[in-house]
Design a binder for this molecule. Structure first.
Ligand SMILES: [Zn+2]
Length: 218
C-alpha cells in the first residue's frame, strides 16, 4: 500500500475525475518539490502519456518554487536526513527541454532542511553521548553515533579509540562523493589532547586531511 502523499499516489490522483482530489494532488506534488521531480520528469519525457502536459507544468512550478526558496543559499542548507548540502539538479528531456530544481544532493527531498548551517563539524568523542548539537551557525555531529559519511567542513577527534579513528579516516579516504572528495585535502582535523592515536592512524589522517592540529591541554 503506498502512502497518500507518495509521488506515485499523487500522480495517480492527477487522473481523478474529482476536481478537489485533482487540485489537491497538483498542490501536493509542487509542495513535494525534489521528490516529485523525478517521477514527473518520466511522465514529461513520454510523448504518449496523458499526463505529460500537466507533468511539464508542475515541473515548471517546482523549478520556480525551489529556485526562489533555495538557489541563493545552498551553502547554508542541510538535509536533516542525510546531513548533505542542497544542490541544483537538472532534468533534461528530449527535444531540448530542461528544468533545474534545488533539493538535497543525496536523497533529493526538498521539504525538510536545516537553515543557517554554515559549518558542520564531524566529531569523534566517546564521552559525548549526543548525536548532534547545533551551536548558532555550526552543527556538531558525532560520527561515532552515526555511521556513514555526511557533508562536513572540519573534523575534531576528541576522545576516540584508535580503531574508530582509523575506521573513520579509511571511510573518508574511500569516499567517492564528487562534492566532498576534493574538500578533504583542504580540511582541518583537530586531535584532542587526551586522544592517543597510533602512528599508523595519524599517518592515515595526515594523508587524508590538509591540516592536522593537536589541541593543547588546557
Ligand atoms: Zn537528503
Amino acid at each position: 500500500m503506498t502512502e497518500p502523499d507518495h509521488p506515485d499516489s499523487l500522480i495517480a490522483a492527477l487522473q481523478s475525475r474529482n476536481w478537489a482530489d485533482y487540485f489537491a494532488a497538483r498542490q501536493m506534488l509542487v509542495a513535494l518539490g525534489g521528490e516529485a521531480a523525478e517521477p514527473l520528469s518520466r511522465l514529461a519525457a513520454d510523448e504518449a502519456h496523458p499526463l505529460r502536459a500537466i507533468a511539464l507544468e508542475l515541473l515548471t512550478y517546482i523549478e520556480q518554487e525551489t529556485t526562489l526558496r533555495f538557489a541563493g543559499r545552498l551553502a547554508q542548507l542541510l538535509c536533516p536526513r542525510c546531513l548533505t548540502r542542497f544542490d541544483a539538479h537538472s532534468v533534461n528531456l528530449p527535444w531540448g527541454v530542461s528544468f533545474t530544481y534545488y533539493s538535497c544532493r543525496a536523497c533529493r527531498q526538498s521539504r525538510e532542511f536545516l537553515e543557517g548551517v554554515k559549518r558542520v563539524v564531524a566529531v569523534l568523542d566517546t564521552v559525548w553521548p549526543e548525536q548532534q548539537l547545533r551551536q548558532k551557525s555550526s552543527l556538531r555531529v558525532n560520527w561515532l553515533t552515526r555511521p556513514g559519511l555526511f557533508d562536513f567542513d572540519r573534523v575534531e577527534i576528541i576522545h576516540a579509540a584508535d580503531q574508530d579513528a582509523e575506521r573513520f579516516a579509511i571511510q573518508v579516504g574511500n569516499d567517492t562523493d564528487p562534492y566532498r572528495k576534493p574538500r578533504y585535502s583542504q580540511m582541518t582535523c583537530m586531535i584532542g589532547p587526551d586522544c592517543q592515536l597510533s602512528e599508523n592512524t595519524l599517518r592515515i589522517l595526515e594523508h587524508t586531511f590538509g591540516v592536522i592540529t593537536h589541541a593543547p591541554h588546557l
